[in-house]
Design a protein around this ligand. Structure first.
Ligand code: ZN
Length: 413
């Protein structure tokens, strides 16, 4: 299956969040999924049928809203001879917009992956699950750490480390008092350890078997216990077969998971997280050079280099919650672009700033998320784009120290 790029995923997710936030007052929001191989005429027939059934809806407003939503879909569908490559998804209806107000919304989506099956649903919210499934991260690995005292189970999803479970044992230490009772004591310890490993094996197997598309498993922990555990008869055979590597870590708790991921990312170069760490390290190395540094940061600097075609790689933080807005003077037409945040945009909309040229009102004409705007510009210029998460240490450095926007140059400028 095709993998979405980070940017596609990011943009798609933002759109979905917006669609998900729409709420209808009654069951009057329509979701329609059309797979690529479905005939448009079939869909039209289906909608005509839904339309005539909806004329029976008792509540007058609901009926009116549902009928107009179906009409709207049908009038748009007329322009298609057949569904696009991946099919088509409609979300249409009257969403609530403040006190007793509704607003008609229409989303027509050409999804990044094929629509799996036909679906029509009328509800008080839009049904987005099939699209969310398309967003599911496919770069997924199981992680666990084990010794005789602790066991931590986690999952690496793309660049994200999730802690799933943490178990602790009551296996006593090996040192007793010696003599006859010492042997008995050691025997009891071994029984307790065996029970502990069985418990962990069961839990680990259960969690990882429930995770479809697991690409592999990494094991960590201090000392030889982890090898003993993996070789023993504790894990489900399918899980055992998925183990890629066993690595020494200093810890068996949550911090051990991060330690494990750090170590595997150095060895496994095709992991998403490895790629991110690699590029951030290159940037940090460049930035500390006193001479001939190819690293730049800050929006203005990066924009300038981008315009010049001098930027090799754009580094942009997922955590950047900013917009690029275009303001146009409503009397002389003077235009201005600026980067700002949501709160500031609200302010500008209710209290427009004055035009530099004529003193008229500057009206917000377009607003685009900065991540989207800059990555599009970069793509036009043939600049590589790296969307950097805030999960890794390097990633949060990009946001906190460098303002979330940085780059590596093709040549010195
Ligand atoms: Zn003006």
């Amino acid at each position: 299956m095709k993998e979405l790029s980070d940017i596609e995923r990011y943009e798609f997710k933002k759109k979905l969040d917006e669609i998900k936030s729409c709420k209808g007052q009654h069951t009057e929001l329509i979701s329609l999924y059309i797979p690529p191989n479905r005939q448009i005429s079939d869909v039209m027939n289906y909608l005509r049928n839904e339309y005539s059934q909806s004329t029976n809806i008792k509540s007058k407003t609901t009926r009116k809203n549902v009928l107009s939503a179906i009409e709207s879909i049908m009038s748009r569908l007329k322009y298609f001879k057949k569904p696009p490559e991946n099919g088509l998804v409609f979300f249409v209806g009257h969403k609530t917009a403040g006190a007793n107000q509704t607003e008609m919304v229409t989303y027509v989506i050409e999804p990044p992956l094929p629509v799996p099956s036909f679906l029509y649903r009328c509800d008080s919210s839009f049904y987005t699950q099939p699209l969310e499934d398309m967003l599911a991260e496919r770069d997924v690995y199981g992680l666990f750490l084990i010794d005789r005292r602790e066991c931590t189970i986690g999952i690496l999803r793309g660049k994200r480390i999730e802690t799933i479970d943490y178990l602790t044992s009551r296996v006593p230490g090996k040192h007793g008092r010696g003599g006859q009772s010492q042997r008995r004591f050691e025997r009891l310890i071994e029984i307790a350890a065996h029970e502990w490993f069985e418990k962990c094996g069961k839990k680990i197997s259960e969690i990882f078997l429930g995770e479809k598309d697991l690409k592999g498993i990494f094991v960590g922990g201090p000392g030889p216990t982890k090898y003993y555990f993996v070789e023993g008869d504790y894990l489900h055979y399918e899980i055992k077969n998925k183990i890629i590597d066993i690595i020494d870590t200093g810890y068996t708790d949550e911090s051990g998971l991060r330690e494990l991921v750090m170590k595997i990312s150095e060895k496994m170069h095709d992991l998403k997280i490895s790629q991110e760490k690699r590029i951030m390290r290159r940037f940090l190395k460049e930035i500390t050079k006193k001479k001939k540094s190819l690293a730049i940061y800050g929006e203005d600097e990066v924009r300038k280099a981008l315009e010049m075609g001098a930027l090799d790689t754009l580094l942009i933080s997922e955590g950047l919650d900013k917009y690029r807005v275009k303001l146009v003077c409503d009397s002389c037409g003077y235009e201005e672009e600026k980067t700002t945040d949501k709160a500031e945009i609200k302010k500008m909309e209710s209290n427009p700033p004055k035009c530099k040229k004529c003193g008229g009102n500057m009206v917000v004409k377009e607003k685009t998320e900065i991540v989207e705007e800059l990555s599009r510009k970069a793509q036009e210029k043939g600049t590589k784009v790296e969307l950097i998460s805030t999960d890794s240490e390097e990633g949060s450095t990009l946001l906190s120290t460098f303002g979330g926007i940085a780059g590596i140059l093709r040549f010195e400028i």
